[in-house]
Design a protein around this ligand. Structure first.
Ligand code: NAG
Ligand code: NAG
Length: 193
């Protein structure tokens, strides 16, 4: 019985792993999963670059969110464009080697891919690995719990059935064996007579 429970645990853990990896369907982009209304911080390297812009791509359109340029001293960022000053803010470290974009109060429409593009003296823009933002609302969290619960229950029922079926087969086999031995004993008695 202990063995059965051990296998039950291993099997359900394995199933859970499969389902959870299915849920986090990520491609080559890093996934950032946050709740609705939370703030996010996106980071970008500015080493050897003088200009930065963030782009947001969703299924409908590609938008520039913000763009900024280092000033002559190279130690300050000047904002050139900001799509929404109330919720987008760009900050830099003291040597402007890294910049961060803070987006406050994310909503469903903020989900999608975020690209940070930077310019150096080369004519082309350089893009970092994109970040995929996924917004979780309470419903998706509940769905996940239900899904895990459902899978767990299915696995449990499967094992219970296996145990019961195994028990029946064993019991039948035992009864057959008993009958056979009884029969054998009878035959033995008869032959003795
Ligand atoms: C960017 O950096 C900040 C501070 O180090 C960190 O809290 C945040 O999670 C980073 N953002 C991403 C998308 O990794
Ligand atoms: C800017 O963001 C605020 C807060 O989310 C929103 O109420 C407002 O409509 C936005 N403005 C524009 C121009 O998108």
């Amino acid at each position: 019985m202990e063995k059965v429970f051990f296998f039950f645990c291993v099997f359900s853990c394995w199933i859970m792993q499969i389902t959870s990896s299915d849920l986090s369907a990520g491609g080559s982009s890093d996934v950032l999963r946050v709740r609705m209304g939370e703030n996010i911080i996106l980071n970008c390297s500015m080493i050897g670059r003088y200009e930065v812009a963030w782009f947001h791509l969703n299924s409908e359109q590609l938008n520039m969110l913000i763009s900024a340029k280092k000033d002559k001293t190279g130690r300050r960022l000047q904002i050139k464009y900001n799509q929404n000053r109330t919720r987008l803010e760009i900050t830099a470290d003291s040597w402007v080697t890294g910049v961060s974009l803070t987006i406050s109060g994310v909503t469903e429409s903020d989900s999608g891919l975020y690209f940070c593009g930077t310019n150096s003296d080369a004519p082309e823009m350089h893009f970092d690995k994109p970040i995929r933002l996924e917004i979780e609302d309470e419903v998706t969290v509940t769905e996940r719990v239900l899904m895990f619960g459902g899978v767990g229950l299915a696995v449990f029922v499967f094992f219970l059935t296996t145990i019961v079926a195994g028990g029946i087969i064993y019991h039948r086999g035992w009864q057959k064996g008993l009958k056979a031995s009884k029969h054998g004993a009878l035959m033995d008695q008869r032959s003795a007579e």
